[in-house]
Design a protein around this ligand. Sequence first.
Ligand SMILES: *Cc1c(COP(=O)(O)O)cnc(C)c1O
Length: 426
Amino acid sequence: MELFNLSQPQERVDFTEAVQRGLGEGQGLFFPDAIPTLNLDAAFWQSDFLTRAETVLGAWLDQELGHDRVRTLVRDAFGFPLPLVPAAPGQYALELFHGPTLAFKDFGARFLARCLSTLAKDRPLTILTATSGDTGAAVADAFAGLDNIQVVVLYPDGGISPLQEKMFCTLGGNIHTLAVKGSFDDCQALVKTAFSDAKLKAQFGLTSANSINIARLLAQICYFFEALAQLPAEQRDQAVFAVPSGNFGNLTAGLLAKAMGAPIKRFVAATNSNDTVPRYLKSGVWAPEPVHATLSNAMDVTSPNNWPRVEALCARQGWALAELAAERVSEPETVVRLKALYQGGYLSEPHAAVASEALTRQLSGEEVGVFLGTAHPAKFQDAVESALGIELPLPPALAAVVDKPVLSEKLEASFEALAGYLKRTL
Ligand SMILES: *Cc1c(COP(=O)(O)O)cnc(C)c1O
């Protein structure tokens, strides 16, 4: 697979290099040079998710990695269900939250982890990352037990919820967690300083499991095909996907699926009141505002980092940006929609509710709606309980960690302390 850097197109890399680097020169995003198309015959639609994912990812990666390796990556990364569930009249939810950390990010993070593990060979590799809560869990869980990769996660001591801490600080083994005596910004600054120290970087093979890594996007393409496969065959070419969007990774993956031949009728980009993209598509002016805190806080992003990929893809496919529908959903509208879904028999959470509301506004005629269920309702327990006036039990994945001991070490917020820790521990 050949990729080029969107901001410096003369820089070209293969998948192996793009995965290990994350970003190109000048922070440019890697983008595929060619997009493979699939033969979508009856056998494709009738096979199971893992076989289909193997076909989808194989089209990109077989040539570079070999089919057996792609097959193993898929089987190791994607071992959990993703049901398409009727959620409202004319609307299905694609539930992407049945993985170990109960959010769709498990798909991308687990696939990326296994790609790095197989591509790194015998070089030392250390994932160094700072978290304010949820990404730490997905990354730590995805790499747990991959013994050629060490993971060091920094988080503000006392700055994340006890349940979040339990989710990624109880794993042990190759997962090292540091409770930093400082803020999240201090944690991020420490990581940045470590990456800028060439000697330290080389000694430990420091790398970031960045959310814009191309491996994550490729993994996410698979589930758009899965939703179509689970729809009744006669509705497949009427599907409208509403994507609850923050950094627009999911929407980019959906558009890549369409470019590969998925018969998706159209997309609706759904945002909360952080609505840079809906405003941009109306006015043509890119004008990010300060971030608003919302109930769907994983979408509280005003400068979505995948947006250049969306534009590049539309340009190369000859799709007008105007074909992309976008809806901004306010906080009260989110709560009303969450309640309506619940009264109709479907328990959801704020991110999916934003997308469902966008579909309600957009669907017409013969169209059938699919919104992505990006997180388990229990992950947003407070918001869901107060909107619906119910009590949510902890799902087994969370209940299982509640009684485990936290294994983190405390760390002073200084580079010397971090460098000392790495030298002592790894
Ligand atoms: C990350 C996240 C999103 C946003 O996805 P993007 O690919 O960044 O647009 C939506 N919902 C949940 C629950 C998330 O964790």
